[in-house]
Design a protein. Structure first.
Length: 462
């Protein structure tokens, strides 16, 4: 019987011609800060500011300037933008006052300073020097006195409006590979692909789809595959996916491996688990307790979780499934599926499980995203109690999401939704919106729990 090493050797032989060298490690562990610096004044996104209620607000995305690390040692203060009111240490670290042309921090009484030698923007003892002089001009730019054309600037992502992929791309997973490429994977979309893959450099503009699962598993009776979950560990890409069993009566979770995010992904030769119709929509999660878990669920059954062993392709000895999210009589919870887990230490150490219900597709589609949280990977999980993303405007049945944390530490939700004006209830397009937090609960920023329709500033991708 072949083990994981044999599988990886096969994968390497098949995929070596596609292999790209590793250059940039994924960075998904930020805290929601986007650092500020100075750039030539150009009117680019991120250079327009508004002074309101003693806050300096970045006009393009509505976040507030703050001392990010709350350290009062001169020169050590990291200036960044972060969600207004979501202070990291003090109610005063987002409070600024203008004293002439100086901008003074309420936290430590020091002034915003542009260090012309190293280019750093920091707070420093107020001196009235030209590099501490700032002029808020009518166009919103903050001009520094040390140069005739240098403005306070924050790096923001590309401008976009939904959908970010104007085609069928359901049940998305989005990751950044160690090669620096952004990869998106989705459920089958005949005739293009059994598992679809697209790539991007900015998380907003995506390439035409290609096939990720070139060789189909011999143990599946059909060519129907869905809900891929892909992640990279130790330079190996693991794809968990759902499929029908060999006899066609059971649902199964399979695993395919590749040495590149592009694939091709090679099935390990057998399903990880088969059983009742709930055995779909897998999600692997590396928990803060150091263990690895797999979650799945649908078809009126609970969402379940179970520990994997360190190989990631087998369940841990002695482990068994644990019921985590139960169905309920709530509007969207007669069926629960599509689990996605994240951990953000900044949010009081909570593990968040996003999940969707209850009917994804077709003319009667009625679907939304919910969330629950826990301090333990197997629960108990506390439900938020209402959808954080539901139908609105031109979009209906949004759901089956993934969460991506950009290079500035901001969380973003990718999900599919049906475009009502198009009228095809079986085409689920790829949408994107920003996640923020209130009282340690996530919500879709800038909306009333509905997909955005207007232009937005996208994720920071560089």
């Amino acid at each position: 019987k072949m083990n994981k090493v044999h599988y990886l050797l096969i994968v390497w032989c098949v995929s070596v011609i596609h292999h790209l060298p590793s250059s940039v490690k994924a960075d998904n562990t930020g805290y929601g800060f986007t650092p500020v610096d100075v750039r030539p004044c150009s009117g680019r996104p991120g250079q327009s500011w508004r002074y309101e209620n003693n806050n300096l607000i970045a006009e393009d995305d509505g976040r507030c300037l703050q001392i990010g690390d709350c350290n009062t040692t001169p020169g050590d203060q990291q200036l960044s933008v972060v969600q207004c009111g979501q202070s990291t240490c003090s109610s005063q670290n987002q409070v600024w006052t203008f004293n002439g042309n100086s901008i003074v921090s309420k936290l430590d009484g020091q002034c915003i300073d542009f260090n012309v030698e190293d280019g750093k923007v920091q707070t420093w003892a107020c001196s009235g020097a030209p590099n501490q002089n700032w002029t808020l001009r009518p166009d919103g730019s903050l001009l520094n006195g040390a140069d005739v054309n240098i403005c306070l600037s924050v790096d923001l992502g590309s401008v976009y409006s939904n959908p970010v992929m104007d085609r069928n791309f359901p049940d998305p997973t989005v990751i950044r590979g160690s090669d620096g490429v952004y990869y998106a994977y989705s459920t089958m979309s005949p005739p293009d692909c059994h598992i679809c893959i697209s790539t991007s450099t900015d998380l907003v503009n995506w390439s035409p789809v290609q096939e990720a699962l070139v060789t189909l598993p011999s143990w599946s009776a059909t060519d129907i595959f869905w809900a891929p979950d892909v992640s990279e560990h130790d330079n190996v890409y693991y794809m968990f996916f759902a499929a029908n069993s060999a006899n066609g009566s059971d649902k199964c979770i399979g695993i395919a491996l590749s040495y590149t995010g592009y694939g091709p992904f090679i099935d390990i030769g057998h399903p990880l688990i088969c059983g009742d119709p709930s055995h779909i929509d897998p999600k692997m999660f590396d928990a803060p307790d150091g263990n690895i878990y797999l979650y799945w669920g649908s078809a009126g059954y609970p969402i379940r979780g179970r520990q994997l062993d360190s190989s990631r392709v087998r369940f841990a000895d002695g482990s068994s499934p644990v019921d985590i999210i139960q169905t309920s009589n709530e509007e969207y919870e007669a069926l629960v599926e599509g689990p996605w887990l994240t951990y953000n230490p900044r949010q009081s150490g909570y593990i968040y499980m996003y999940y969707s219900g209850n009917n994804c597709c077709g003319p009667t589609a009625h679907y939304a995203v919910m969330v629950a949280r826990s301090l333990s990977p197997l629960g108990p999980f506390e439900k938020y109690g209402q959808p954080i993303l539901a139908l609105g405007g031109r979009w209906t049945a949004p759901g089956h999401n993934c969460i991506y944390t950009d290079t500035a530490g901001e969380d973003w939700i990718f999900y599919h939704s049906i475009d009502l004006p198009v009228g095809n209830y079986y085409v689920r397009k790829l949408l994107l919106d920003r996640i923020s937090y209130i009282n340690d609960w996530p919500y879709v920023a800038n909306t009333n729990s509905v997909p955005t329709n207007s232009s937005q500033i996208g994720p920071v991708s560089s």
